[in-house]
Design a protein around this ligand. Structure first.
Ligand code: ADP
Ligand code: ZN
Ligand code: MG
Length: 494
């Protein structure tokens, strides 16, 4: 449908809300442990505070505030010296108190930006606000023996959450995806959370509207709830843009509503219209004092922020001459960028581009087979450097290097040992190589004559013959040098 001609008359406008869990040990307002929502026994981490019992008081988790501030600073936000917690009232069984503690009029931070990389180049997306809140519990709906009921698990209730809201600066599904990826990278760099979207630690809600190109006002938007994969996000946004454009093209209206993404059908479906929307009746949380962040603490948090993905991406290009693409592949994850730079610093004799290619090719391939996560323990940097050095020196050839790498991976074995064990070492012995060269020159007097008459290009042919005689097991560098030496001698003798 995207190919339809009339679509060019329309423009999509998208703003994104992301809920990111903060990787703290305890919950936002009590001392309950934060447990893995996908593996823990239900209701194992619950106390009177997060269960919403009467007469209890919340206490703010300082570690959560610190992580929130760290991310806000990484997003170049202005952090408010005083922010206010507020009650967001609504009734739903996964919310034990009947309200969620959130921030409303005075959020933790605002007015930031995030640089995203798309096929059109770099683009700055404005961040409207970043605020702290708490997660809800989890309901499971069951139908058994003709009976329907719901089970509640409060392990997640009260887990610290950060909500990050953009201005409506995005204009395509691709841009929304790039934004979500950049945000996930920065969350991981700052160790705010694991980025493990399957575990629900980062949930994305795009607000999508469509208007006639050039129109001054924004169109009516719909909000797509709780997407937790980049693929679903991109598909849902693309679908929603087309659906709304189609409506407008037919002279119909878009209804402001909340929609859900139906993966199986590949479409968005209406969940709740504006009329049914909650009136949250926000008011300041009377049980919590204003949240004060003094400038000393702010500075201390600022110092803990690592070099951010986009800065590292730029630096890797400048410092090592990598292409934008290579630099992006290496900087998506901090652990990979660290690995690359450790290898480069240990191996000044190797081209950074060569190291980059081996990491993003062979090493990524092996990591993927081993489960996906990039784990440097499976292949210590020194081991990779050692192997690539042997390759560079011509001790082994490319196919052998790949084979050895696979054997080194996860086994802790050294390249040298494996090469010896398997007798894969290429012959570098100059006496042996000279003998092979002499034999080739002896057996091909005509070619030698032609060479001496000026056909220099035959050097390459001699090289091939020597390698063949050595059954491919000669060190090509040594062969090349020795061959050049012998040919020079022949020229001089003439
Ligand atoms: P809420 O969803 O809680 O009402 P906001 O109105 O502040 O909150 O908007 C939430 C998100 O929706 C923001 O990212 C904002 O940029 C985006 N947004 C608001 N209006 C539109 C619109 N007409 N089209 C696209 N995005 C919009
Ligand atoms: Zn608790
Ligand atoms: Mg919203």
């Amino acid at each position: 449908m995207a190919e339809l001609d009339w679509m060019v008359d329309y423009e999509a406008v998208i703003g994104v809300e992301v809920h990111a869990e903060l990787a703290t040990r305890s919950k936002m307002f009590c001392s309950c442990a934060v447990v893995d929502a996908t593996t823990a026994q239900p209701n194992i981490a619950v106390c009177p505070v997060c269960a919403g019992m009467p007469g209890v008081l919340p206490v703010v988790n300082q570690a959560a505030v610190e992580l929130g501030v760290r991310l806000a600073l990484a997003l170049e936000c202005e952090v408010l010296p005083v922010s206010i917690f507020a009650r967001k009232n609504y009734f739903y069984p996964d919310l034990p108190k009947g309200y969620q503690i959130s921030q409303y009029e005075q959020p933790l931070a605002r007015n930031g930006k995030l640089i995203i990389l798309t096929s059109q180049g770099e683009k700055a997306v404005r961040i409207r606000r970043v605020h702290l809140e708490e997660d809800t519990g989890k309901l499971t709906h069951v139908t058994k023996d003709g009976e329907s009921y719901s089970l509640i698990d409060l392990n997640r209730a009260g887990v610290p959450l950060l909500e990050i809201v953009t201005e409506p600066d995005l204009h395509s599904a691709e841009e929304v995806r790039a934004y979500a990826m950049a945000l996930r990278n920065i969350l991981r760099y700052c160790e705010v959370n694991s980025g493990d979207m399957q575990k629900g630690v980062m949930r994305i809600e795009p607000n999508v509207s469509v208007r006639r190109r050039g129109a001054a006002q924004l169109g009516t938007r719909t909000e797509i709830k709780n997407l937790n994969s980049f693929r679903a996000l991109e598909r849902a946004v693309a679908y929603e843009i087309e659906r709304q454009a189609q409506l407008l093209q037919e002279g119909k209206e878009v209804i402001q509503e909340t929609r859900g993404w139906d993966e199986a059908q590949g479409k968005t479906v209406s969940q709740r219209s504006k009329e049914e929307a909650h009136d949250y009746r926000y008011f300041p949380e009377p049980d919590l004092p204003p949240l004060v962040i003094d400038s000393d603490w702010l500075e201390e948090i600022c110092r803990k922020i690592p070099e951010l993905p986009v800065n590292r991406w730029r630096r890797l290009q400048e410092q090592y001459g990598l292409s934008p693409y290579d630099a992006e592949v290496l900087t998506n994850e901090r652990i990979v960028a660290d690995y690359f730079e450790a290898a480069v610093s240990q191996a000044p004799h190797l081209a950074p581009k060569t190291i980059a290619n081996w990491i993003s090719g062979e090493v990524f391939g092996l990591m993927n087979q081993a489960g996906g996560e990039f784990d440097p323990h499976l292949l210590p940097v020194e081991s990779l450097v050692e192997l690539l050095t042997y390759l560079e020196e011509g001790l082994i050839n490319q196919p052998t290097a790949k084979m050895i790498l696979a054997e080194m991976f996860g086994s802790g074995k050294r390249a040298k040992t494996l090469i010896k064990e398997k007798g894969l070492e290429q012959v570098s012995d100059e006496a042996q190589i000279s003998e092979w060269i002499s034999q080739v020159l002896r057996e091909n007097p005509e070619q030698v004559q032609t060479y001496l008459n000026g056909k220099e290009a035959l050097e390459q042919w001699f090289f091939g013959q020597v390698m063949r005689l050595a059954a491919g097991k000669a060190n090509p560098k040594v062969v090349q040098q020795a061959l050049r030496g012998q040919l020079l001698k022949l020229k001089e003798q003439r």
